[in-house]
Each structure stands twice: as structure tokens, then as C-alpha cells.
Design a protein around this ligand. Structure first.
Ligand code: C2E
Ligand code: MG
Ligand code: MG
Length: 638
């Protein structure tokens, strides 16, 4: 049998089957009661003519009841439909024909057939009923079978009542089911619409901040651009990136990082007009569309408001967090008319703002393009270099000036470029820092320098110390402490055989986290030196605070030493500061005996430079040290 189309029982679930079974039971019972009343009324009137119909009908209905109780619903409904149709038709035939009250049962039968028996059985039943009533009419008209004309009686009235009541019951029951099915459908529809709206929201919004996402921003851009064209106005696309967000994530944890992103996005929205759009591009990047823009000054003023809004400290989980942002701005239609193009240019400008020291904004300018492409190429090349082992370390000897003994080596990075040959770090360190790649490179340098030094220790040069240059970015974005500890452990090198060369700029941006990291490293025995000392800042408080052991006097002062009185004064002052703080000094870039003599005279303790040796590949360095120690070095004083 074809499944009925009503959802009340077309569902495949148990609930639908239960409803269907209950309805069938009710209808079979109602039919049995109806026929029963009719029989009772006939018996009361001592009329036995219809018993031949009633008895088998009750019997078959009993079977249908049994089938229904056993869960054989198809059989039960087919039996019910066939029996009742046949019984009613026989009663019509045997009694008053088309004028018989039993005719009133047909509508109920058809309603049942249409709602519970399926479409095919409904058509079949309708055809049977129509065929039968036609037969009755023809038979009467032709005189083959003439039904008597009934007279009104109370027995008739009872039949009419019973039949109408059963019709009404069937209609009431099934219409009620239809109603509740419809209500269910409407509720289901509402749920689907709601979840569609939710899916649409998710597809166009960022789940964390609730801001529009890039797709929606693109839509809004198209509308805003069309409006800008109509009104001869402009549009600004701003790419905003939080500075050092990773640091917040790493130090406080991701939930706090998420809270910062939410708070920051709220501030951005609150700072702007309703007509502007703030969207989260991903990570700590936001994309902002400023509509109805008249000139760059107005945009800059708004962008500065954003910078100022983010610069206020955030209170997150009892921590006061300060963050800054770098912004890049591209203008529609001046810098382009296409969303992706403007986004790319705003991104480049943002990148430029980062390179300019962060916490600032930049408008896109055409020359950024070429510089950026070069940068992108360089960073991609470096990434490959790191992966394919094209990076190597050279070692420059460091000597104690008093007795000329080699006390250590500075590890200096080189890139063995397949085409360009040996590339010095000055060409690529800045790009590595800007891209953050210096974190991975720095970790590699630490591992490599420590394991090389361990090999030399094992080969009998156990008094040597290796100095490794560390970028501030490794402190800001990386996990330098872990890298150092891992490198020492992997190599099996004692911590005192490693010195980190730090820049003044790192120490000047003093933070409690940095202090803790440096003091922990010091406590393990790792040495700290200040590289290029004298070129940075003049606040010397950090020298004591961080337990720095050595100052590296920058080669720009050392190189001109004999000639330049100012440089001489500076170097002398540095040496004196170091002496009073019990630090050692190492002069970088010692190229001549004259310079050496002057350094010795000033009391500088150590030196490195071309006077002795440039940075050498590892095996050349070892050979150099052995030769040097075999010969015994005497200071070459001018
Ligand atoms: P730095 O740490 O100040 O290194 C000293 C630089 O001076 C080295 O240049 C060295 O080769 C060069 N030099 C040594 N003696 C003399 C001399 O007598 N005369 C002259 N004119 N130069 C001398 P290099 O190797 O090109 O390194 C340049 C800078 O790159 C380093 O300056 C350091 O800041 C950075 N760097 C090198 N290796 C690494 C590294 O592994 N990590 C990081 N973050 N930076 C590194
Ligand atoms: Mg250095
Ligand atoms: Mg230096």
C-alpha cells in the first residue's frame, strides 16, 4: 500500500506508527459499534434480513482488530476498508437502494481511504462506490432489482444518527490528526528557517567576536563602493593587526587571548560610525571599511582614533594587558577599485607600519609593492634554506688581550645560497625578524652552535665558550628559554659554555617576563653579553639588573680608535663603566695592531676582529685554535 501523505503518520518514527495504530483501533471499534447498534435495532424490530451481512462483517472486523493489535497495520486497514465498503454496499443493495441511510457511510469511508489507506486504495474505493451506486440506479431503473421506497421510522432515524455520528467521528479524528500534522510542519518549518538563519550567520560572521567575516565585508564593500561612486566620495580599506598578540596568547593562555580579541573588536566597533564595517579577517587581523570618506586626513584621524582606543589597557582576568596595533590603509578608488586588490595593498601598508616599529599606521604607496615582493622572495628563500640545510655557522675567535689566549668563538650565521654563494646575515636577518622566521632560525643556530662547541670540548678544547646572537624577536615571539635549554640538553654542553649576545634595544624595553627569563637563564649559568654596546641607549641600569657579564664594544667606535678622539673617549668610558661593574669588555672589529695597543692601554679585556681572524667554517676554526695554541700567541703591540 502506498504510504499516506499526511505527515502525522508518514514519519518513520515509532510515534507515527503508534498514532496510526491507535487511529485504526478506534475506527475498527467505531465500525463494530456502529454495525452492532444497527444489528441491535434490527433484532429489536424482529428484522433478520441483514444478519447475513452483519455477522460476517463483525467477524472480519474482529480479524482486522486482531491484525491491528499484532501491529499488522496495512492488513488491518485494508480489511477495515474492504469490509465496511462491502457491508455498506450490501446493505444498500438489500434495503432501500440509493435512498437507504447506509449511503451516509460512504463519505466516512472515503475520508478514511484518503487519509489512512493511501492514494491508490482511495481511487479504487471511489471507483467501487461510484460503480456500485450506478449499478443500483441502473438496476432500479431497468427493473432488474427494485429496492423498496423506505418509509420514515425511528429505526431509520437511529441508523442515520449512528452513521452520521461515525462519519463525524472519522472526520473529527482524522482532521484533528491533519491539524496537528500541519502544526508540526509549521513548527518544523520555523526550526528549519531558524537554523538556516543561524547557518547564514555563521557563514558571514566570525564566531569568536561576532563581527562580520571577510565574505560579508566584501559584500559591504561592493555596496559602499557603489554608494561612494554615486556620491563622488571615497572609501578606505584598513588592515589592522595587533602587535605581539602571540605574546599574550603564549604568556596568559588562549582563553585570555580570545577575551582580548573580543574586547579589542568591541573597542574598534565603538570607535567607528554605524556606517563603517569592522570585520575579523582571522587571527589578530581586522579589516575595516570606512564609508563616505572625503580625504586622507579624515581617514588618518579615524585610524589614529583606533590606535588610541586600542592603546588603553585591557583588563582581562585580573591582568592589565596593553596592546598596540599596526594599520595599513588603501583608498578606493585611488589605490584600486577591486576589493582583493585594495586588501592586498592595505596589507602591504600594514606590513610597512610593522617594519617601521609597529603601533603606527601607513597609507599604501606604490613603491611598497616592489620592496614587499623582494621581501616576500627573501623570506620564502630563507624558509627553504632552513628546511634544506643551506644555513651554516662560521666561528670568529675571541681572544683575551692579556695573554692572547682564545677564550671563545662568536657563532655567525651564513646562508650558503645555491646561486649567490655565501650570503652574510646583514642581507637577511632583518627580513627574518620581520617575518618571525628568526624564531626558527635562532633555535637552529642555538642547537648547531651548542653541538659544535660540545664536539670541540670533547676534542680537548674544553675551555671555549660559544657566543650566540639572539634577536629581540626571539624573546617577543618565540620561546627562547626553552630553545636554550633544549639546545644545551641535546648537545650535552654545560650552560656556562654558552653566552647569549643580546641587543640593547631588547633590554631597554624592559618587561617583567623578560627579567624573569634572563634571570632564570643566568641562574643556570648561561652568560649574557650586550652586543654593539654604545650604539643603543644610555640607560645603564639594566646592566646590573640582568647580571650581564660582558660588554661588546661596537666596532664603529673601535675601528676609528687611533684617529678619532670622540671614539677614544667613548671606548675609554665604556671600559671604565665595565670595570666599575666588574664586567669584561670585548672590542669588536679589531683590525690593526695600533687599535689593539690602544685597547690594551685602556684596559679592555678581550677582542675579536680581522687582526686575528674573520669568522671561519667550523673545521678551519678548530685548526686555527690548535695552531694558535701550539705557537703561543704574544700580543702584537704596535
Ligand atoms: P655582530 O653580532 O655585531 O657580529 C659582528 C660582525 O662583525 C660580524 O658580521 C663579523 O663577521 C663582523 N666582523 C668581525 N670582525 C670584524 C672586523 O675586524 N672588521 C669588520 N669590519 N667586521 C668584523 P656578520 O657575520 O656579517 O654579522 C652581522 C650581524 O648579523 C651580527 O653582528 C649580528 O648582529 C647578526 N647575526 C649574525 N649571526 C646571527 C645569528 O645567528 N642570529 C642573529 N639574530 N643575528 C645574527
Ligand atoms: Mg654579535
Ligand atoms: Mg656586534
Amino acid at each position: 500500500m502506498h504510504a499516506p501523505s499526511s505527515p502525522a503518520w508518514s514519519g518513520s518514527g515509532d510515534a507515527a506508527t503508534r498514532v496510526r495504530s491507535r487511529r485504526l483501533l478506534q475506527l475498527i471499534a467505531a465500525s463494530m459499534v456502529g454495525f452492532g447498534i444497527s444489528v441491535a435495532s434490527d433484532i429489536h424490530a424482529a428484522d433478520w434480513t441483514n444478519l447475513d451481512v452483519h455477522v460476517p462483517t463483525q467477524a472480519v472486523l474482529g480479524v482486522a482488530l486482531w491484525a491491528c493489535v499484532r501491529g499488522r497495520l496495512r492488513l488491518a486497514s485494508a480489511l477495515l476498508l474492504a469490509t465496511v465498503t462491502a457491508a455498506i454496499s450490501l446493505l444498500v443493495w438489500q434495503n432501500a437502494g440509493l435512498r437507504d441511510p447506509a449511503m451516509l457511510a460512504y463519505p466516512g469511508i472515503l475520508v478514511f481511504a484518503s487519509t489512512m489507506a493511501g492514494r491508490r486504495l482511495f481511487y479504487l474505493t471511489l471507483a467501487v462506490v461510484l460503480g456500485f451506486v450506478t449499478l443500483v440506479a441502473v438496476a432500479n431503473v431497468q427493473g432488474w432489482h427494485v429496492n423498496p421506497v423506505p418509509t420514515h421510522s425511528f429505526a431509520n432515524l437511529l441508523d442515520v444518527w449512528v452513521l452520521l455520528a461515525i462519519d463525524a467521528f472519522v472526520i473529527w479524528l482524522l482532521a484533528g490528526d491533519l491539524q496537528s500534522a500541519l502544526a508540526g510542519l509549521r513548527a518544523e518549518n520555523a526550526r528549519v528557517r531558524q537554523s538556516q538563519a543561524h547557518v547564514e550567520y555563521l557563514a558571514t560572521h566570525d564566531a569568536l567576536t561576532g563581527l562580520p567575516n571577510r565574505a560579508l565585508a566584501q559584500d559591504r564593500f561592493v555596496q559602499a563602493a557603489a554608494q561612494a561612486d554615486r556620491e563622488h566620495a571615497g572609501l578606505a580599506v584598513i588592515f589592522l593587526d595587533l602587535d605581539d598578540f602571540k605574546h599574550v596568547n603564549d604568556s596568559l593562555g588562549h582563553p585570555q587571548g580570545d577575551a582580548l580579541l573580543r574586547d579589542a573588536s568591541r573597542r574598534l566597533v565603538d570607535t567607528l560610525r554605524q556606517s563603517d564595517t569592522v570585520c575579523r579577517q582571522g587571527g589578530d587581523e581586522f579589516l575595516i571599511l570606512l564609508a563616505d570618506v572625503r580625504d586622507a586626513d579624515g581617514v588618518a584621524a579615524t585610524a589614529l582614533k583606533l590606535v588610541a582606543a586600542l592603546a588603553q589597557p585591557f583588563a582581562i582576568d585580573g591582568h592589565e594587558i596593553t596592546t598596540t596595533a599596526s594599520l595599513g590603509i588603501a583608498m578606493y578608488p585611488g589605490d584600486g577599485r577591486d576589493f582583493d586588490e585594495l586588501l592586498k595593498k592595505a596589507d602591504m601598508a600594514m606590513y610597512d607600519a610593522k617594519a617601521a616599529g609597529r603601533n603606527t599606521l601607513r597609507f599604501f604607496a606604490d613603491d611598497m609593492n616592489a620592496g614587499l615582493q623582494e621581501h616576500v622572495r627573501l623570506v620564502a628563500g630563507l624558509r627553504t634554506a632552513l628546511a634544506q640545510g643551506e644555513l651554516t655557522l662560521h666561528y670568529q675567535p675571541q681572544l683575551r688581550l692579556a695573554d692572547g689566549r682564545i677564550v671563545g668563538a662568536e657563532a655567525l650565521l651564513r646562508w650558503r645560497h645555491p646561486v649567490l654563494g655565501l650570503v652574510p646575515p646583514s642581507t637577511f636577518i632583518r627580513a627574518a625578524e620581520q617575518s618571525g622566521l628568526v624564531v626558527q632560525i635562532g633555535a637552529w643556530v642555538l642547537r648547531e652552535a651548542c653541538s659544535q662547541m660540545k664536539r670541540w670540548h670533547d676534542a680537548g678544547l674544553a675551555d671555549l665558550v660559544v657566543s650566540v646572537n639572539v634577536s629581540p624577536v626571539q624573546f617577543q615571539r618565540g620561546s627562547i628559554e626553552r630553545d636554550v635549554v633544549n639546545a644545551l640538553a641535546a648537545a650535552g654542553l654545560p650552560a656556562h659554555a654558552l653566552e647569549l649576545e643580546l641587543t640593547e634595544s631588547l633590554l631597554i624595553h624592559d618587561s617583567s617576563k623578560l627579567t624573569e627569563v634572563l634571570l632564570r637563564l643566568r641562574a643556570q649559568g648561561v652568560g649574557l653579553a650586550i652586543d654593539d654596546f654604545g650604539t643603543g641607549y644610555s640607560n645603564l641600569g639594566y646592566l646590573k639588573r640582568f647580571e650581564v657579564g660582558r660588554l661588546k664594544i661596537d666596532q664603529s667606535f673601535v675601528r676609528r680608535l687611533p684617529a678619532d678622539k670622540h671614539d677614544e673617549a667613548i671606548v675609554r668610558a665604556i671600559v671604565q663603566i665595565a670595570q666599575s661593574l666588574q664586567l669584561t669588555t670585548i672590542a669588536e672589529g679589531v683590525e690593526s695592531a695600533a687599535v689593539l695597543a690602544q685597547l690594551v692601554e685602556m684596559g679592555c679585556t678581550e677582542g675579536q676582529g680581522l687582526l686575528w681572524s674573520a669568522a671561519l667554517p667550523a673545521q678551519d676554526f678548530e685548526a686555527y685554535v690548535r695552531r694558535h695554541r701550539a705557537v703561543g700567541w704574544v700580543p702584537r703591540l704596535a
